[in-house]
Design a protein around this ligand. Sequence first.
Ligand SMILES: *[C@@H]1O[C@H](CO)[C@@H](O)[C@H](O)[C@H]1NC(C)=O
Ligand SMILES: *[C@@H]1O[C@H](CO)[C@@H](O)[C@H](O)[C@H]1NC(C)=O
Length: 314
Amino acid sequence: MHPIRTLGLLAALLPPQAAAIKVACNEAWIEHTPFAYAHKNKIYKDEASIVSGGVASLSGDVELGGNAETQGLKQYASHKNYRLIYIVVEATYRLVANKAAGIKTLADLKGKKVGTFQGSSAQVFVDTLIGSAGVDRNEFTTVSGSMCMRAPCAANTFPQRLKNRDIDAFGCWETAVELGIEAAGEENVVVFKNATLYREIYSLYATTENLKNPSMRKKIVQYVKALNQTLEVFKNSPETVYPFVAKEIGVDVPVLRKVWPEHKWGPGDMGEDLIDFLEREEQYLSKVDKRKAATRAELKKFVDTSVYEDAMKL
Ligand SMILES: *[C@@H]1O[C@H](CO)[C@@H](O)[C@H](O)[C@H]1NC(C)=O
Ligand SMILES: *[C@@H]1O[C@H](CO)[C@@H](O)[C@H](O)[C@H]1NC(C)=O
């Protein structure tokens, strides 16, 4: 038989639920590692795979996307069928600054060079945190740079640039900030954070089309259940998880151990506080991206708690 036809026949014989669920995310960051852990340890029992991407990949052939709320909101602006269905982790971002640049308080960042990733959750964090001291985003210089997850960090990365005093401060996700503190020397830096003001709300997203499809919804609910079980391990037995996470993303265990407390593993609260938080961020993002802000009513639709509620019934 013709090979293509054989393949077609095989596909026809396989039950539809045998298709692997695909989760799109950035495989470089700590936040994505529960997906990998759930798959490799068969906590999620069916076939699943990780593909490079994020919430934006939902427009293609992936069922789930993992991303910060920032990318979720940016995508929701033009994809009103996307839903935030589960909070995987809330990560307190930190900003590290050189004392030698005369920085003692957030207000001292006025006129300074601050490294971050433009258009990302890190930029929302930096602008919000420094903004809370009355310093507007155009009153300091945003500097681009590269990420570093493990020492030694290359010359163009934020930790090394901080050490070289080529930038005065930088703010983003871990492990870069920890590496920046270590590179510049703990005694030489001041570290700022405020989880109330800003924390990354790394979430799982799906489309309304898939959530309305009964067999697909069942898979997604099972996935959320498995992910929730995985996060209990991340929360309660971190020492058993460190070697896996370290290997998965290429970081050192001692550094990972130091940054772990900045990660509050799920399930995150999807109540009114989340809507308040998203509404504030949406106001900021819509101005920066020069677009219309989603209304509170629209944000309430964006956050779909029903998948988690279904998972509770399993
Ligand atoms: C964090 O930010 C909140 C909201 O602006 C503020 O009320 C609180 O005092 C800040 N916390 C610290 C430790 O600065
Ligand atoms: C998720 O885990 C928490 C403990 O972290 C537990 O209280 C909750 O019942 C779990 N939810 C589901 C859907 O399994």
